[in-house]
Design a protein around this ligand. Structure first.
Ligand code: ZN
Length: 107
């Protein structure tokens, strides 16, 4: 079972990571949920209740589509990524010497 929010979700009470876990109910039905890792380890040291996986992942995906995966936002993100990449490339000493090496190898 893949937990989409693993490594991206933190407990609002104790700031520990939330981890995916599953359990089987009395009826034999399997449940998937996220649990605060502090609570998982110590069982009582955090007040965060478990959160149903499907409910939370649907919420996050829908809000991401609504607020981020919109044409204007995607264009802005692409522009900023290109600017950041260009800045990193201009600061990369190795890349500065590549054109010189290329020229030298042609001669
Ligand atoms: Zn917690």
């Amino acid at each position: 079972m893949k937990y989409l929010l693993s490594g991206k979700l933190y407990c609002g009470y104790c700031e520990a990571g939330m981890v995916g876990e599953s359990g089987t109910g009395k009826s034999g039905e399997k449940h998937h949920y996220y649990i605060c890792s502090t609570k998982k380890r110590k069982r009582s040291d955090c007040n965060k209740k478990i959160v149903r996986k499907e409910w939370l992942e649907n919420l996050v995906v829908n809000e991401t589509i609504k607020h981020i995966l919109q044409p204007d936002k995607v264009a802005l993100i692409a522009k900023r990524c290109a600017e950041l990449s260009a800045k990193e490339n201009s600061q990369n000493e190795e890349l500065k010497y590549l054109p010189k090496r290329k020229k030298a190898s042609i001669i």
